[in-house]
Design a protein around this ligand. Structure first.
Ligand SMILES: Nc1ncnc2c1ncn2[C@@H]1O[C@H](COP(=O)(O)OP(=O)(O)O)[C@@H](O)[C@H]1O
Ligand SMILES: [Mg+2]
Length: 229
């Protein structure tokens, strides 16, 4: 469904992604692991249309999407949940969802239902400024927003980064509930999450994909994964 071929990405003269190949099949939850600075965020941003590659191709349903704007890609069903967990802090939680519903042309009731289904407790915070939410609740709001408009490809960057253990379990439960229902590429350094959710894992190092793990037993074996990090 999504194919990345020989991708190269640079910031100015600094090349940070080298000849990278990756694919995503419908209904798959694929994880990308790798140390800080490996190029994981750069890769997701490039797929989301926020960065232009210097070489290679990205195709979605056999159509090139390299030159598409982030807005066009969003209309095609791409959703990027950034690492920074930024919400519209001054707006209410409900308004944050409303903006997504408006953008996607989805009725607000339907959009709000998606968010409350992920995390019923969010009802309590409905009219509060989204900036008052905890880091974990903000991430849940952002994931919920990303589901508005029935996305085709979810790109989620380090959803559990910096979160307390108990909220990490909430995020795990939410991602688990989305398994098989969405197609997603998720960057995640928490290997206990990765090994329980991944259909496939790509390991990134210094701008290269050094390994792909598709075997179930290998995915479940985190000691092997740890060796790459
Ligand atoms: N805006 C930028 N300008 C210049 N270099 C950047 C920029 N963003 C990231 N980099 C560099 O690109 C490399 C990959 O970064 P990044 O994609 O954020 O890695 P990761 O998400 O795996 O931690 C790093 O060496 C980082 O310093
Ligand atoms: Mg990153």
């Amino acid at each position: 469904m999504l194919q990345v071929r020989d991708l190269g990405v640079a910031y100015g003269h600094a090349r940070v992604i080298h000849d990278l190949n990756l694919s995503l099949n419908p209904g798959e939850m694929v994880f990308i692991v790798g140390r800080n600075g490996a190029g994981k965020t750069t890769l997701l941003k490039t797929i989301a249309g926020l960065l232009k590659p210097i070489s290679g191709t990205i195709t979605f349903k056999d159509q090139s999407i390299v030159s598409q704007s982030p807005e066009k890609l969003a209309r095609m069903g791409f959703r990027f949940v950034a690492q920074d967990k930024k919400v519209f802090s001054e707006l209410s939680v409900r308004s944050n969802v409303e903006l997504a519903a408006y953008g996607a042309g989805e009725p607000m009731d339907k959009a709000w239902n998606k968010v409350t289904q992920l995390y019923p407790k969010i009802e309590e915070f409905r009219d509060m400024p989204a900036g008052n939410l905890s880091g974990g609740q903000r991430e849940i709001l952002l994931i919920g927003r990303a589901l508005v408009g029935d996305p085709t490809v979810l790109l989620i960057d380090e959803p559990t980064e910096g979160l307390a253990a108990i909220v990490i379990q909430d995020i795990f439960r939410i991602l688990n509930s989305m398994r098989n229902a969405v197609s997603a590429i998720i960057v995640e350094q928490n290997l206990s999450i990765v090994k329980r959710l991944a259909d496939r894992i790509y390991v990134m190092k210094e701008g290269n994909l050094i390994c792909e793990i598709a075997d179930k037993a290998q995915i479940a074996d985190s000691t092997q994964l740890e060796a790459y990090l």
